[in-house]
Design a protein around this ligand. Structure first.
Ligand code: PLP
Ligand code: COI
Length: 347
């Protein structure tokens, strides 16, 4: 199978229409058997629940070409489970895990020529999502839904790759207490857009959102969780029930503890503690682990010892290990890698 002719090292993080996507419809209380289609358009009733009351959830994961030439995904079972949790929280019918994994396999296999080659730093981003298609006008959940899984090749999420980022402490809240912050629902991201544009216009890469009750604890950014390294090389990550439980963060904590022998703590992190940390990173599927050099809190600069030139040493080690696991150059913990296409099947 010929790869697409692209400048894989410089593709950026954006949408490109690929060949096939998977679609399954929920009607009459059950999911249909699902199919692959070339049609990239969605036709909706004007009163569909997604258009009226924003009933939508999504996921993000990547497929990689491993060093041995096979094509793999990283912990897709956790994305399937989190999507089922998001569905329950949004009164939507969970899409079964086995069907989710089957859809991932089908979409990657059908778009094999779009999977970036090994060594380019790029990967195939998979975006499963589900939205209310049935008409509603009173405020209530829809009776009908569509699950869709699309893919697009991507490079690093932040321009400049591993360049340390500058964040600003946001004046806005990303999620409400006892709201939907722990779910991967599109409405959380809609809420963060004004804050994102405001931060960008002021020259910042991203926001640091604080807890919505006291505004004294660190939460997350619009699309990634925080991970801090103390001056004694311990890993600290914010504990909060209004942030998304990142699969990358959970994996990094495991790697830090079991591969590097570091002490790992998940606890509430005060904004006032930031000057005590040596390194800071943003972790997520898109962000991988992106270093943060500086956080600006209403004019007050908090600079991490790792500086603005490169990743700090611990974050660099975590980055190397995690990407090594994903690309098959470092041994993965049991069950983390799902091989979709063996190297012998690629011609
Ligand atoms: N936090 C938010 C708000 C996100 O959108 C994401 C991205 O998925 C993450 C954290 C990181 O989660 P994961 O590592 O599962 O991609
Ligand atoms: C991901 O990392 O997969 C996300 O969904 C975050 C988004 C900001 C791209």
């Amino acid at each position: 199978m010929e790869k697409k002719n692209m400048d894989w090292e410089n593709i950026g993080f954006g949408y490109r229409k690929t060949d096939k996507r998977y679609v399954s419809e929920y009607k009459g209380g059950r999911w249909d058997k699902g199919l692959l289609t070339s049609d990239a358009n969605v036709v909706l009733n004007e009163c569909a629940g997604i258009l009226q009351y924003c009933q939508e959830i999504f996921e993000g994961l990547k497929a990689y070409t491993a060093k041995d030439g096979s094509i793999v995904t990283f912990r897709p079972d956790l994305n399937a489970e989190r999507m089922m949790d998001s569905a329950r929280g949004m009164e939507m019918p969970p899409f079964p895990k086995e069907k989710f994994l089957e859809a991932v396999d089908q979409v990657v296999t059908a778009n094999i020529s779009w999977v970036p080659p090994y060594g380019t730093g790029a990967s195939l981003y998979l975006r499963p999502y589900m939205f209310a298609t049935g008409p509603v006008i009173g405020v209530k959940p829809s009776d009908e839904y569509q699950f869709r899984l699309i893919c697009t090749p991507v490079g690093p999420y932040f321009k400049g790759g591993a360049r340390p980022l500058t964040l600003c402490v946001s004046d806005y809240d990303r999620a409400a207490p006892r709201g939907t912050g722990h779910l991967k629902a599109g409405l959380n991201y809609a809420m963060s857009l004004h804050a994102y544009v405001t931060a960008h216009d002021a020259g910042f890469d991203e926001n640091m959102f604080l807890d919505p009750v006291t505004h004294t604890y660190v939460e997350e950014t619009g699309g990634a969780n925080f991970l801090f390294v103390t001056k004694d090389n311990e890993i600290v990550t914010p504990e909060s029930n209004t942030i998304l439980p990142s699969i990358t963060r959970r994996s990094m904590l495991y790697v830090a503890e079991h591969y590097l022998g570091l002490k790992v703590t998940e606890r509430p992190v005060r904004l006032s503690e930031l000057p005590d940390f040596a390194e800071c990173g943003l972790c997520g599927t898109a962000a991988v682990i992106s270093p943060v050099g500086k956080v600006v809190d209403h004019g007050k600069e908090i600079c991490f010892a790792s500086g603005m030139e490169k990743m700090g040493p611990v974050i660099q080690q975590l980055y190397d290990l995690l990407t090594g696991i994903q690309l098959g150059t470092t041994e993965a913990p049991e069950g983390w890698i799902r091989k979709i296409i063996d190297k012998d099947q690629i011609f």
